[in-house]
Ligand binder design. Structure first.
Ligand SMILES: Cc1cc2nc3c(=O)[nH]c(=O)nc-3n(C[C@H](O)[C@H](O)[C@H](O)COP(=O)(O)OP(=O)(O)OC[C@H]3O[C@@H](n4cnc5c(N)ncnc54)[C@H](O)[C@@H]3O)c2cc1C
Length: 408
């Protein structure tokens, strides 16, 4: 007879783990199983660049250990891939042929890193622990690294690799970090990173790769680069094929409503696989950040328990450190807003840009150099607060040398 659980979660990461915690917090007796094709307890993907750069040990990536699941009475099916599910029959199939029945199902299947059409032995993406382990090996011998794509994978990886290593960055767009920060912030960051020895090639791409003693890269511009390692950070694609084959509504990600529910009442989705409303614009989006996955995982679990909890929408919330510089982007950070307020102090390297809507409400911010108060901005955006004025921008850093600009 096949096993049956009241709740089954596919994906043991940010969204799945938070869902599991929430289910157990409110319900001590239901049967719960969590399935993941990775054969280990949950770990932090966000910290993998620090592990690869040798700044933290592999064990420090772990968020929980097996005893966490055991103590909550959760069945773990790690190292198992789900190959299909049937929402009507309330059953799913594992790759080893087993059938698992469920009452309610959460798809917390995340995303996969995009690869290049040209590839090489010494090139690697970074999404899973196995990628991180491969990169640790490749970096050992490397004296020069090239990364393609300037986002949350390439830039942290380049910045955490040893200082002596020669570093190159190829970007398709006309600016770095274009999916994270606005154009002003990108310009300042580019200057700061270039001054630290990063070679940046914008509006370019890799045309061919030759595997010789070093990788010989030819770019579209004709530029030749020799490198020991190629890091591919070209963004991610949501894992939606199970949902597509099950007949659920899928646009780019699995479409979810304000209750993190798919178009089937017993199937929910959360995190990088799920496309739900953005808090500011209301448009369907995948934020691709850890906090959204946690929030949606929690919301989905509450609704799986029948609590009817409304999720107000997801907010961009990226806080990172690259080349020793703190960077944060919260909420809506595009220049098509009604007004922006900017403060920039070249002496301290402290930059703030606040994005306002037509009612003078804060909808987003980008920050460079100091991000301690990014939580305050998250609060201002999520409470639709009116911009309190330039005093907020200045913080405590050298007020006299700070330039302010209010642009409409
Ligand atoms: C290097 C790196 C740096 C990052 N830095 C930041 C950062 O600074 N800040 C930030 O907010 N975010 C960052 N992110 C993004 C963040 O990690 C993701 O937004 C977050 O992990 C999404 O969580 P999730 O639970 O939705 O999915 P994932 O973390 O992708 O987990 C999905 C899980 O589902 C499993 N799975 C998928 N399909 C199946 C299947 N068919 N059967 C069984 N198991 C399956 C996968 O094995 C995986 O473990 C970073 C990501 C990376 C890779």
């Amino acid at each position: 007879m096949s096993a049956h659980y009241d709740f089954v979660i596919i994906g043991n990461s940010a969204a799945g783990l938070q869902a599991l915690r929430t289910l157990r917090r409110h319900d001590r007796h239901s049967t719960i199983a969590i399935i993941d094709r990775e054969d280990c307890p949950a770990y932090s993907r966000v910290l993998t660049p620090y592990y690869i750069g040798g700044h933290i040990a592999r064990e420090e990536l772990n968020i929980v250990d097996q005893s966490f699941y055991d103590s909550l009475g959760i069945t773990t099916l790690f190292g198992q891939t789900v190959v299909a599910f049937d929402p009507e029959k309330h059953s799913l199939q594992l790759v080893d042929g087993r059938d698992i029945g469920f009452g309610k199902l959460l798809l917390a299947t995340g995303a996969e890193a995009r690869t290049l059409t040209v590839s090489a032995q010494r090139s690697c993406v970074l999404r899973h622990l196995a990628d991180a382990d491969k990169l640790v090996g490749l970096l050992k011998e490397a004296q020069s690294i090239t990364a393609i794509g300037a986002g949350l994978v390439s830039l942290p990886l380049l910045s955490h690799a040893h200082k002596e290593i020669e570093k190159h960055l190829i970007v398709g767009s006309d600016r770095i970090f274009s999916r994270v920060v606005d154009a002003d912030a990108a310009e300042i960051l580019e200057e700061l990173l270039t001054s630290q020895g990063l070679n940046i090639y914008k509006q370019d791409d890799i045309k061919t790769i030759k595997e010789e003693a070093q990788l010989q890269l030819t770019l579209n511009s004709g530029k030749q680069l020799a490198s020991d390692l190629l890091i591919v950070g070209k963004g991610v694609t949501p894992n939606t094929h199970l949902a597509v084959e099950a007949g659920l509504d899928v646009e780019y990600g699995v479409s979810i409503d304000r209750f993190c529910c798919s178009n089937h009442p017993d199937v929910f989705a959360a995190g990088d696989a799920a496309e739900g409303a953005d808090f500011v614009t209301g448009e369907l989006t995948i934020q691709g950040n850890w906090m959204t996955a946690v929030e949606q995982g929690e919301n989905a679990a509450l609704n799986m328990l029948g609590m009817q909890c409304h999720y107000p929408g997801s907010l961009k919330n990226n806080i990172t450190e690259i080349f020793g510089i703190e960077v944060a982007a919260v909420g809506y950070c595009h220049d098509d807003v009604s007004k922006t307020a900017i403060s920039w102090n070249a002496m301290t390297g402290r930059f703030r840009k606040v994005f306002l809507d037509e009612k003078q409400r804060v909808v987003g911010t980008t920050m460079i150099g100091e991000t301690n108060d990014s939580g305050l901005y998250y609060h201002l955006v999520s409470t639709h607060s009116i911009f309190p004025g330039k005093g907020l921008l200045s913080g405590n850093a050298n007020y006299a040398q700070t330039q302010f600009r209010l642009e409409t």
